[in-house]
Design a protein around this ligand. Structure first.
Ligand code: AMP
Length: 355
């Protein structure tokens, strides 16, 4: 048996009721609703502002119903209503971002996954502590500019999508950097990026065993990032800077990738250790998570970030991926979440996957 995350009180609305799979209409919601419908669940879409008309264009992924509030700040006050609906909230990146990590963490509704993970993920220092103590290799962090001995990426605290990032190819180039807030200087890792979509089930007693359950690899993508992905077409960095063009890493889409098969054992090993360490540190990360890193030419994998919930790159794989096809046909991450909730309910083990 895994570690109980939810109290009996938190789970009370779900006792004797089939859960309503509920999420915020954005990010990966089409996939979440589509997967839940395939598994026979009722679905509810939360929307701030006018209900999203574009869902009409996707009949198989449209939620059964919408719950609309005037603005995001009104969403926390729907808790009573959601408990009455036997809602299970499926968190995704935009949900937590728009609502605010702290509001989300204390929201009194059943949430799929362990909400304690938020404190470890949101803080760059804590997530480094978690990942490094799990044995993952991360990009080197420089205490000050004088230590720099190669290309670096400077990240402002809390900068999202890389808008506030600064690249310097060496220490001299860093001298032009004029900070406008607290930042960290990190080794710029040269290599190829991979965003690996894992799923940890504490309920499973088959497959690649980890912790109390098992680990699955459901897909892999690379993010399209504007403007960095196309910047090279304009020529050398110095010239671009003189022209006032700075690199940014704003995610605009995703492309599917696969990893050299010989590197897969290492990917599983890193993911397994991160899960095991999460169990020791905060009771365990459960469900989907994404390890984001760069494979160097020496075939060393350096992890620069972890996302501890469904990532938008999984939207590529609604009918399965080159990895999930070896687990089960037509398995998206959204569908896998719905299966896990059903299984936990059948086994009377909801407390291990809901918090
Ligand atoms: P982050 O906000 O940390 O997810 O980073 C946004 C993007 O910046 C990533 O998707 C990468 O393309 C790039 N990036 C972040 N850290 C590094 C690094 N240490 N070396 C090279 N590229 C990085």
């Amino acid at each position: 048996m895994g570690i109980p995350l939810a109290t009996a009180e938190r789970l009370a609305p779900l006792v004797g009721h089939s859960p309503t799979i509920t999420t915020l209409c954005s990010h990966s919601s089409l996939q979440i609703f589509h997967g839940a419908r395939k598994e026979g669940f009722r679905t509810l879409g939360l929307a701030a502002g006018p209900a999203r008309r574009f869902y009409d264009a996707f009949p198989l992924a449209r939620p059964d119903r919408f719950l609309t509030v005037p603005k995001m700040a009104d969403l926390p006050s729907t808790a009573d209503h959601l408990r009455g609906e036997a809602a299970v909230i499926i968190p995704h990146g935009s949900f937590v971002e728009y609502m605010g990590a702290e509001t989300f963490r204390t929201w009194d509704v059943p949430v799929y996954g362990n909400r304690n993970v938020l404190a470890w993920e949101a803080d760059r220092e804590k997530s480094r502590e978690w990942l490094e103590s799990a044995g993952a290799t991360m990009p080197r962090r420089y205490e000050n500019a004088a230590e720099v001995d190669g290309p670096v990426i400077v990240k402002y605290y809390g900068a999202k999508g890389g808008k506030g990032f600064y690249l310097a190819k060496n220490r001299e180039a860093l001298e032009d950097f004029r900070p406008t807030g607290p930042y960290v200087i990190q080794e710029y890792v040269l290599g190829t990026r991979y965003y690996m979509h894992f799923f940890y089930s504490p309920l499973s007693d088959r497959g690649y065993r980890v912790g109390h359950g098992s680990l699955e690899l459901l897909g892999m993508d690379r993010r399209d990032e504007a403007n960095i992905d196309e910047l090279y077409k304009l020529g050398a960095q110095e010239e671009l800077l003189r022209a006032g063009i700075r690199p940014t890493f704003v995610v605009t889409g995703n492309v599917p990738v696969v990893l050299r098969e010989s590197l897969l054992p290492r990917a599983f090993d890193v993911a397994a250790k991160i899960v095991e360490r999460s169990i020791e540190l905060f009771g365990g990360m459960v469900g989907p998570f994404c390890i984001e890193g760069i494979m160097t030419e020496e075939l060393e994998f350096k992890v620069f970030e972890i996302s501890t919930r469904i990532v938008a790159g999984t939207n590529l794989f609604i009918s399965g991926s080159p990895y999930s096809d070896f687990v089960e046909p037509n398995l998206s991450t959204g569908r896998r979440i719905a299966q896990e909730i059903r299984r936990a309910q059948e086994l009377g083990r909801l407390a291990e996957i809901i918090s």
